[in-house]
Design a protein around this ligand. Sequence first.
Ligand code: A5A
Length: 349
Amino acid sequence: MENFDEWFHDILENANITDSRYPIKGMAIWMPYGFQIRKHSMNIIKKLLDKDHEEVLFPMLVPETELAKEGIHVKGFEDEVYWVTKGGQKDLNEQLALRPTSETAIYPMYALWIRTHMDLPIKYYQIVNTFRYETKHTRPLIRVREITTFKEAHTAHATKEESDEQIQDFIAIYKEFFDDLGIPYLISKRPEWDKFPGADYTMAFDVIMPNGKTLQVGTIHNLGQTFAKTFDITFEDKDGEHKLVYQTCAGVSDRVIASVIGIHGDETGLRLPPKVSPNQVTIIPILFKKGKEEVLAKCDEIKAQLEAAGLRVNIDDRDIRPGKKFNDWELKGTPVKLELGPRDLENNI
Ligand code: A5A
């Protein structure tokens, strides 16, 4: 791949993944083929998280008073926040932020929900869109202003040890996730200057993309008691003492899909890991006037058999040259292409 950036831009369009022509910079449309890759990728991480975490859904708007409470955090995001200032014609009494991430939406509610040690740990996650007014050059999926696929998990614990264990759990979950996607990664502790705003420490997953640049595809933060202090998240322990909770959070984004595309793709197009490919087997009938019905019937039969075995299968019965179909599915990176024509039937395959 000579020019990765150009290749990446073209493949998103040609393989029907996203369309970046939407008239707001950094915001794009998920097209049907891309949406399915996204869906299957999210299903993997959901399944991994659901073993020990619960999915929730918080509002997208955060009151300015809440966003501004945690000084270090707000400093880290102040240049990136989009604001809603009006309701119709009227100025709002308090401006509302489009969440750049959801700590300040979620933690005031944790303060209400957590009362005693029996309410702990809390391990919630959500998959939502978040907004960041990125000032660096935006790039589809990699640096967007609407992050459409923001998986963020937020946990609260009674002890520091438990929060450190949670960090290890997240690392194990992300490892399994990226292993499933066949993506090689580096795990590192971020230096002080590169920590998440408000975190005690940050662990990050990086992928080396074909252009030689690293892409941070996931982060796991130990928040210590910083947010607990700010949002007054306390619990009564077994001895009746009131204590602050320890918190962690972890996130991945659209960048995961960018890495799936970038790491596996080649000059001929996408190459999708079977687990996230919209179709795992694509059947390409070779049709002539004579014997057309028989070939299509056999394709249906094979499709049914493969589906019964749990595979996602499609038949490309478009009325175009088989060579064109073959090239299309090569471009779309379907893992297995199965061609079937009258001669195969004659040979009783
Ligand atoms: N609340 C925590 C989890 C958080 O917000 N962490 S984070 O700021 O590091 O973001 C999580 C992940 O989202 C990052 O590791 C990165 O992979 C991804 N991300 C951040 N900004 C992005 C952007 N503008 N476009 C695409 N992905 C982005």
